[in-house]
Ligand binder design. Structure first.
Ligand SMILES: *Cc1c(COP(=O)(O)O)cnc(C)c1O
Length: 365
């Protein structure tokens, strides 16, 4: 049996009419940049999260960087980031001229909150918790930690659309949140897309200005900004997909439960754990195995696609290795060597899950 890692075509086939109509209407109206479709999606996404402001932009890396810049973060400043994430998290810090200060991770690969306090210096301007794989970082605890200080909390929600922590949706608890709508994300466009979410109006206004050449109204360039806009086609596709996000998320959760059911008490691998505070939305279904490489090879021969998110500890990558050493990031090092992402998407069938689980059991037999 062939099992792909994700199947974006299956999703398209399930809502083909809505997507095709959305695309044609943008072309008919020549609303390519900005325009009605973009503000419509911003309003819809704000309603879905129950947040005051959504500012769309070109991708989920820009959204992180734009927020940091709007807070005036730059050279000489420090931003605390987890040692396990996609590089965008630290890259956005570097793009402002500030320095990424990495933290060890817990058994879920999330920023180890017990280690954050010791990283705070008088240069610390922000902390970026990443809701890795769709699991939730305890952001309320972080908000408590920074209470009474000027330090900001920026939630990286690129993998956590509709994940819940302490009864609240991710992105709505920190000072601001950043979303990616990269095609493979839980809510994906058909190209690059992203957005900033916040309840703080002033921040939203500044972010919007930065993302559109520093303009406040046409030709009034208040500051030097940049070009990071969401285009009409992507906005219309996102609007067509948004009504299905809840259903797709439940299906991911159901599939995770099916994996757990069929693994039963099999204890040669470690299954993903849900943090106490939240609801996991399984952007990725990541298991841990001390024989990761051999297991991945075996599954490939069985026709099962897997991936590793991420094979190299962030602090030890070339841009950061000059000031980080492996001894300081043993938890990240160990985690990165053991993780394996199994196929996970709404349309995955129980039959496929049974086959994947049986193949893993066969590898260990
Ligand atoms: C995907 C991702 C991003 C960046 O998103 P892009 O839209 O690809 O720029 C940022 N952070 C994390 C954790 C991601 O997974």
């Amino acid at each position: 049996m062939k099992v792909p890692f994700v199947d974006l075509k299956a999703q398209y086939d399930s809502i083909k009419t809505q997507i095709d109509e959305a695309i044609y209407s943008v072309i008919e109206n020549t609303a390519f940049i900005g325009g009605e479709m973009v503000s419509k999606f911003e309003k819809e996404f704000a309603a879905a999260l129950g947040i005051k402001h959504v500012v769309s932009c070109a991708n989920g890396t820009d959204s992180l960087e734009i927020i940091l810049k709007a807070w005036g973060i730059g050279p000489g400043d420090e931003v605390i980031v987890p040692g396990m994430s996609w590089i965008s998290t630290s890259e956005s810090v570097g793009s402002t001229g500030a320095k990424s200060v990495f933290v060890e991770v817990d058994e879920n690969g999330l920023m180890d909150l017990s280690k954050v306090k010791s990283k705070i210096t008088d240069k610390t301007r922000a902390i970026i918790p990443v809701h890795l794989y769709g699991n939730s970082v305890d952001v309320p605890a972080l908000m408590k930690l920074v209470e009474g200080t000027p330090i900001k909390v920026l939630e990286d929600c690129a993998q956590s659309h509709l994940s819940i922590l302490n009864g609240k949706l991710s992105g709505t608890v920190g000072h601001a949140g950043s979303f990616s709508f990269y095609p493979g994300k839980n809510l994906g466009a058909y190209g690059d897309a992203g957005c900033i979410v916040t309840n703080h109006e002033e921040l939203a206004v500044t972010c919007k200005m930065i993302a559109n050449h520093g303009q406040q109204g046409k030709h009034n360039h208040v500051i030097e900004g940049r070009n990071s806009r969401l285009d009409g086609l992507q906005a219309s596709i996102l609007s067509a997909k948004l009504p299905y996000l809840k259903e797709w998320t439940s299906k991911r959760i159901q599939n995770a439960l099916l994996y757990k059911k069929h693994f039963g008490d099999f204890d040669r691998i470690t299954l993903p754990m849900i943090t106490d505070s939240g609801q996991h939305v399984y952007h990725l279904f990541v298991i841990r195995s001390s024989q990761r490489e051999d297991l991945a090879k075996f599954l490939k021969l069985k026709g099962i696609e897997t991936a590793v998110h991420y094979p190299n500890p962030l602090p030890l990558l070339n841009p950061y290795r000059s000031y980080n050493s492996v001894e300081d990031f043993m938890s990240v090092e160990k985690f990165s060597k053991e993780i394996l992402s199994l196929p996970m998407f709404a349309e995955l069938t129980e039959e496929q899950i049974i086959y994947i689980v049986a193949s893993i059991k066969e590898f260990y037999a």
